[in-house]
Design a protein around this ligand. Structure first.
Ligand code: BT5
Length: 322
């Protein structure tokens, strides 16, 4: 029933278009439903935030669309092959990654995106908390890449590269990637990626790539020192719908490159968007720390570090620039 309604709402939005009035009769005829059914759908669209004017003897006119990442706004005309084939939207969830996991168990299609306006238990890496109030962009992409698990970091890289490209496209800003999963503007975190995997020895069965972007949201008091929002950096509100569509489009392109085995392409793009090579860093991983100079990032996404005791490959950790 819900699906049928969504389908009808989609068609209704197409028919309403963006200019002029369309009569209730014409809508009812084209949709092959009663005028009362049309009215009900118009009401449900209004509840979602669409402003629709209705004038006697003229019909309905779409005045404005909401900036809410509902499937109707995200999927229409998206033109991707895998990423964003389906979108599931919630006003609030505990965590989009957790819900995505449930959808995997239900056998949902690869590329499905779960998005929520608010997360009550948004997650970072290592059980850290991700602050996710309204007006941000919190979503997860379900993938089944079939690549070896040691290449799993490349999925985080695909996500970060796509976010940077989309932010450039939409705002003209130039964010920088910080290994392993941060996107920064002027040294402050604007986006974080949490990639979770289910794998066998030789292949990843599925992966959930969670992306959190501070768009027009406020930040927690304690975060302002090290985090920022696009609103703050761009100076005015950024459309979440436009940004999400753009991220998904870029994600699809980059993911397809990865599926073709072009790890070098993703790695090179990632490196060109980060400023980590040749930097002196301290990497913390649980209670271990290691210091050195970054000589590069390999095609598994590992950091190559020149240390006093030789070259080391770093798989995980948090980086501090020295
Ligand atoms: C991350 O972890 O950066 C991964 C964040 C992934 C969030 C997305 S939202 C959609 C999906 N569903 C989820 O439940 N999660 C994903 P990490 O590198 O461990 O960074 C976490 C640290 O960033 C926290 O300990 C805070 O210091 C800081 N932080 C928390 N909320 C933040 C925010 N909104 N903006 C910037 N920094 C934040």
């Amino acid at each position: 029933m819900e699906n049928r309604c969504e389908e009808m709402r989609d068609k209704l939005l197409c028919l309403l278009g963006d200019d002029g009035f369309v009569s209730g009769e014409r809508l009812a005829n084209d949709l092959r439903v009663s005028r009362t059914a049309v009215w009900k759908q118009i009401e449900s669209l209004r509840k979602l935030g669409y402003e629709i004017e209705s004038v006697k003897n003229k019909g309905y006119r779409l005045v404005s669309r909401p900036d809410v990442p509902i499937p109707e706004e995200i999927i229409s005309g998206l033109d991707t092959q895998i990423v964003g084939r389906g979108v599931v939207y919630f006003k609030a969830l505990s965590s989009t990654n957790v819900y995505a996991r449930k959808l995997v168990d239900d056998g949902v299609a690869e590329g499905t995106v779960v998005v929520a306006d608010v997360q009550h238990r948004g997650r970072g890496r290592k059980d850290r908390t991700w602050f996710s109030p309204e007006d941000g962009l919190w979503f997860s992409v379900i993938l089944s890449p079939g690549i070896p698990p040691q290449r799993g970091m490349m999925l985080t890289m695909v996500a970060s590269v796509s976010v940077v490209q989309a932010m450039r496209d939409v705002t003209g800003l130039s964010p920088v990637i910080k290994w392993p999963n941060d996107v920064l503007i002027d040294g402050k975190k604007v986006c974080g990626v949490l990639t979770e995997l289910d794998a066998e020895m030789d292949r990843i069965n599925y992966s959930i790539v969670g992306i959190g972007v501070n768009v027009n949201n406020r930040l927690d008091e304690g975060l302002y020192e090290k985090a920022t929002t696009l609103l703050e950096e761009f100076g005015s509100k950024v459309s979440r719908v436009q940004l999400l569509r753009c991220i998904l489009k870029r994600f699809d392109e980059n993911y397809l490159r990865l599926m073709e085995g072009d790890y070098g392409f993703i790695r090179d793009k990632w490196v060109s968007m980060s400023n980590i090579v040749d930097r002196k860093v301290l990497v913390r991983d649980d209670d271990k720390t290691i210091q050195g100079i970054v000589s590069g990032v390999d095609e598994d996404g590992c950091l190559i570090l020149k240390t006093d005791s030789g070259t080391q490959r770093i798989f995980s950790g948090d980086v501090e620039y020295l």
